[in-house]
Write a new protein. Structure first.
Length: 325
């Protein structure tokens, strides 16, 4: 069985030792939990792909403890530096193309089919400390089985990986609850969003010009592949207007009397944010999906969620979670 451990310094040192010995371990970040390996170990990185059942072409994000550390591995252009200064440490992943001599020690296995690198500086102090102890970036995807719901609690990771000698550092519920925003910074302070995430277009637009959004999965693979993602084991329906007594309901905001009548007979109703707060909904989204993902319900009916700000990211995740292929 996996072991959940508290983030004491001796425990973090034990995890660092395991990572240096080419093993994997799970750690909290401010977005979701990551399944990490030291980024110069092809052995460790291959274990990530194997345990997650993730296709080898799909590249991993590199996690750093500071901008200074990133700059030991990569040369950043002016747009990347501007974004790094405003959003790091935090939930922004930058696509980098210019490794230094040290950067070339990053194992190509972590890049999958990509020819560029995805990097972010984590804000979570436990993750920062772990990366400092390892003294090398950690390659880490979200710590869930490929295509399944992302983990926002140590217990989600535990149920995803029934492995022996597998350590999960418990940092409690992740603060943001949605993955990082992945952007490609092009010339002249312009960015393309490859994956919407915890940092909204509006926040980015304060500093750079935001171009059209494209899905990173479509960049990495043939268009149309990997439509299904973030999915519970039971079917999920978006923009639901009614529910049966066998369905679970994921609600948002105060329910009107008509909505109460339409959803009231459901087997269970969880509300992402009774106040209609999108940050609260983002924080709760995956944890509530984990709770409702139970075969005793026929499916999960999700009420409409406003498509502005973080709502756009939530809706992108729900659309993929509802896809059947
Ligand atoms: O918040 C997050 O980003 C979390 C935490 C653990 O940091 N990580 C995460 O990793 O969501 P993952 O592997 O679940 O998703 C990373 C996405 C994948 O869709 C991958 O295709 C894309 O990032 N990606 C990685 N490297 C890329 C690259 N060089 N170019 C384009 N997309 C890339
Ligand atoms: Mg993921």
């Amino acid at each position: 069985m996996a072991t959940i451990i508290d983030p004491s310094i001796p425990n973090l040192k034990q995890v660092a030792c395991q990572l240096l010995n080419h093993n994997v371990a799970a750690f909290p970040t401010e977005t979701v939990y990551g399944l990490g390996a030291i980024a110069n170990s092809s052995e460790g990185i291959l274990k990530i792909y194997h345990y997650k059942k993730r296709p080898l072409f799909n590249p991993l994000i590199l996690h750093f403890s500071s901008l200074e550390q990133v700059q030991l591995y990569f040369t950043l252009n002016s747009t990347q530096l501007l974004l790094a200064k405003h959003f790091w440490p935090g939930a922004l992943t930058l696509i980098l193309t210019n490794p230094t001599k040290l950067g070339k020690q990053i194992c190509k296995t972590s890049l999958g089919k990509a020819t560029s690198y995805a990097a972010r500086v984590v804000q979570n102090p436990i993750a920062q400390k772990l990366i400092e102890l390892v003294n090398f970036p950690l390659a880490a995807p979200s710590a869930n089985q490929f295509n399944h719901i992302s983990p926002t609690l140590a217990q989600h990771v535990e149920s995803s990986f029934p492995l022996n000698n597998f350590l999960i550092i418990d940092g409690g519920a992740t603060v943001l609850g949605l993955e990082s925003t992945i952007v490609k910074a092009t010339a002249n302070n312009t960015v393309t969003i490859l994956r919407p995430g915890s940092i909204t277009n509006t926040s980015l637009a304060k500093y750079v010009k935001v171009e059209q959004t494209i899905s990173s999965q479509e960049v990495i693979t043939a268009p149309g592949m990997l439509k299904k993602h973030y999915s519970p084991s039971i079917q999920l329906h978006i923009n639901a207007t009614t529910a049966t007594s066998q369905q679970a309901v994921l609600a948002f905001g105060q329910l009107s009397s008509e909505e109460q009548a339409s959803f009231g007979k459901a087997a269970i109703i969880l509300n992402l944010s009774p106040q209609g707060d999108l940050s609260e909904a983002a924080h709760n989204l995956y944890a509530m999906l984990w709770q409702l993902d139970n075969p005793k319900y026929t499916s999960i009916a999700v009420m409409p969620i406003p498509n502005s700000g973080l709502g756009a990211t939530i809706n992108e995740r729900l659309l993929k979670a509802s896809s059947k292929n």
